[in-house]
Design a binder for this molecule. Sequence first.
Ligand code: SF4
Length: 258
Amino acid sequence: MPRAAAPPPAAVTARVRSLYRRLLRHYGAQGWWPADDPFEMMIGAVLVQNTAWANARLAVAALQRAGLLDWRRLARSAPDRIAKVIRPAGTYRVKARRVSALARHVAAHGGLDALGVLPTPVLREGLLRVHGIGAETADAILVYAFARPGVVLDAYTRRLCARLGLAPTAHARGDAALRVLIEHALPHDAAVHGEFHALIVAHAKARCRTRAICHACPLRRGCAFAAGACAAPDAEAVDCPPAVAAGVEIDSHPFSAD
Ligand code: SF4
């Protein structure tokens, strides 16, 4: 029988909790997901793949105007018709097939209420079998549409945690370790997990970009990347003032003074 993974060290989980508090204090509650109902959220999660939310929102609004923001109607609609409506989301033919597949998945289960009583692992497995739904989209749907606690691991989360020195960068065990770390650190609460993901996206767009803007960053104290002590990708791109770029001490509990 496989042994359960050892829990992450308490000091590391404390840093994740501190990361959450700091981001929340700096950016405020993000109010995700911006959707009127769970099905709209699910469709938005597909439409936002590889595009900006502004484009996805236009496509969601177009579906609404066309009377197609409804799983029954969408499941009966030809992908060609859906594609014409969702053009603003980009790669609209690909996304039309995905949206259609997702609507048919809901229909095959008898609707959202029937899906909503499934255990989380069953619900997740089912979503992952839908054409065009990967782990990130499935986990976002679980958290925001079905209020299931869970970690939404995306490129922003991996990059931020790598830069902070919280997790290894991209290799096979990285995601599993990061997931375990966040699950241990945060309460088993979909609202908290949803807020954490939204805050990380806000921070990744505002400061922790490919070329990080580290000056005045709320996480700079204790950030391994800003201190020049981290081998995360893009280490050469950091845009720090000289005092920071020259190196700061990283203590073993960098966020413990929160
Ligand atoms: S200090 Fe720089 S690298 Fe560290 S979290 Fe902030 S923006 Fe990202």
